[in-house]
Design a protein around this ligand. Structure first.
Ligand code: GLA
Length: 487
């Protein structure tokens, strides 16, 4: 019979629970079997399920190393520990996750075991929820606030967006990322943790401001931050989100890798896509699985309105230029309702110059990428607000034809991109990836513009430029861009 083992020594199931500070817990389970000087078993820390591969010592002083195979390598963790009365005192010596001193207590055998695998559904033909006819625009908490996001901050962000011009420029989604999740009740219903006392009231507040509310989950048992995921509760969670008034779900693979193979992603995403559709509430479905398995080829089929094309962005020139300039070959997969997502904006987070942030905004707009601001919009400089709300640039991003740009010319670190717009105009971006200013001369014909243009509008200067024949020379600052709308 399952029960707390009375065995002496280390053998047994141990739980170390440490509070996250928001009524939720980080849990590490040590399921140990001691035979003489050998310790075997497993360690589960949220989404990580390790098997013990090496051990030494005994109850008074032991060391265990546990490993977890991943498609991209192996993760390992090492703990040192000792038994003190009824408690197991542990220190993480090395490995993945927070450095910590843990105190574990005996719990029932079976608690903390990886949940049984639920077969993903068979694939069915694509279904379209009809949303996101242009790339979604809004804000997300992660880049600036990470796990420090709470109800009061979201209220403040919504207030700011409704009054500072962002909402009117098109930024309507206010998206809460990871760490809002609390525990499930006896019926399995998910509740927010203490940082979000009333999700429905928050949604009502955001809606009253003319904005929409987004939320985050994972198809796995845990999210990336080790909070409760939707595994085995997909339909129930979708109904909960709909009842709260949620308008957007970012669904992050993370903890799903403990259960599913990469090749099962489409079916797993389809399960939530169907669950969202079944609620009858329009909910934008955002796939976040870092571009694995060429998601751009199938992301629309499970109902994805957008899909992340790579790993996490950071607030640096290296990150935004590496992501932005490498996405152009994915352009053909973007179309109304279904967009490549090179990740959320870092504009205004403080580690780049305004010139670099203008390049960030221009790249994303030429790519027809979602524009999800990631800074503290309650508190930003006028120049950052101006970059985010440049309506002439947003008009390129939001062009209803939804054809992303092509790279039409390149020489060293300078390149020209061209994007055909619905009204027959062409957006032309002249990028200078080099640190020093450069004069870039290109031929309009290279940008697909056959006749010398009659109108050349500089979208960052908001001024008409004079053409000078079949060639054009632009002075482009280092790491900068000149962005035109040409007729
Ligand atoms: C992953 C995602 C990020 C963010 C975090 C939250 O890293 O790619 O965008 O959602 O998880 O834990």
């Amino acid at each position: 019979m399952a029960g707390i083992s009375a065995a002496s020594g280390l053998t047994g199931n141990w739980l170390a629970a440490t509070p996250n500070g928001d009524s939720s817990m980080q849990r590490t389970y040590f399921n140990l079997k001691q035979q003489g000087n050998r310790i075997t078993g497993t360690v589960r820390w949220t989404l990580h399920f390790f098997s013990i591969t090496e051990s030494s010592g005994g109850p008074e002083n032991f060391t265990i190393t546990a490993a977890m195979p991943l498609s991209w390598g192996q993760r390992r963790v090492t703990y040192r520990g000792k038994l003190e009365g009824d408690e197991l005192h542990l220190v993480k010596v090395s490995g993945f996750g927070p450095d910590s001193k843990l105190i574990a207590h005996r719990v029932l055998e079976g608690e903390g075991a990886l949940p049984a695998r639920i077969e993903p559904p068979p694939l069915h033909p694509a279904r379209d929820n009809g949303l996101a006819r242009t790339p979604p625009m809004g804000w997300n908490s992660w880049n600036k606030f990470a796990n420090r996001i709470d109800d009061a901050t979201v209220h403040g962000i919504a207030d700011a967006m409704a009054s500072n011009g962002m909402r009117d420029a098109g930024y309507v989604y206010v998206n809460i990322d990871d760490t809002w999740e609390g525990e499930r009740d006896a019926q399995g219903n998910i509740h927010p943790n203490s940082k979000f006392p009333d999700m429905k009231a928050l949604a009502d507040y955001v809606h009253a401001k003319g904005l929409k509310l987004g939320i985050y989950s994972s198809p796995g048992p845990d999210t990336c931050e080790g909070y409760e995921g939707s595994y085995g509760h997909e339909e129930q969670d979708a109904r909960t989100y709909a009842a709260w008034g949620i308008d957007y779900l970012k669904y992050d693979w993370c903890g799903a890798f403990t259960i599913y193979k990469d090749s099962e992603m489409q079916a797993v995403y389809q399960k939530m896509g169907d669950a969202l559709l079944a609620t009858g509430r329009p909910i934008v479905f955002s796939l976040c699985q870092y571009g694995v398995g060429n998601v751009w080829k199938w992301g629309a089929d499970p109902g994805g309105n957008l899909w992340r094309t790579g790993g996490d962005i950071s607030d640096s020139w290296d990150s935004i230029s590496r992501i932005g300039f490498s996405q152009i070959q994915l352009a053909p997969y973007a179309r109304p309702g279904h967009w490549n997502d090179p990740d959320m904006l870092e504009i205004g987070n403080g580690h780049m110059t305004d010139t670099e942030y203008r390049t960030h905004m221009s790249l994303w707009s030429m790519l027809a990428a979602p524009l999800i601001a990631g800074n503290d919009v309650r508190n930003m400089s006028p120049s950052i607000l101006e970059i985010l709300t440049n309506r002439e640039v947003i008009a390129i991003d939001q062009d209803k034809a939804g054809h992303p740009a092509r790279r039409v010319w390149q020489s060293g670190q300078q390149e020209v991109w061209s994007r055909e717009l619905a009204d027959g105009d062409t957006a032309v971006a002249v990028f200078n990836r080099a640190p020093a200013d450069a004069k870039v001369t290109f031929r309009w014909a290279d940008a697909g513009i056959r006749e010398t243009p009659s109108h050349i509008r500089d979208l960052w200067r908001h001024a008409e430029q004079r053409g000078n024949g079949p060639e054009y020379s632009a002075e482009v600052p280092g790491h900068g861009v000149v962005l035109f709308r040409v007729r």
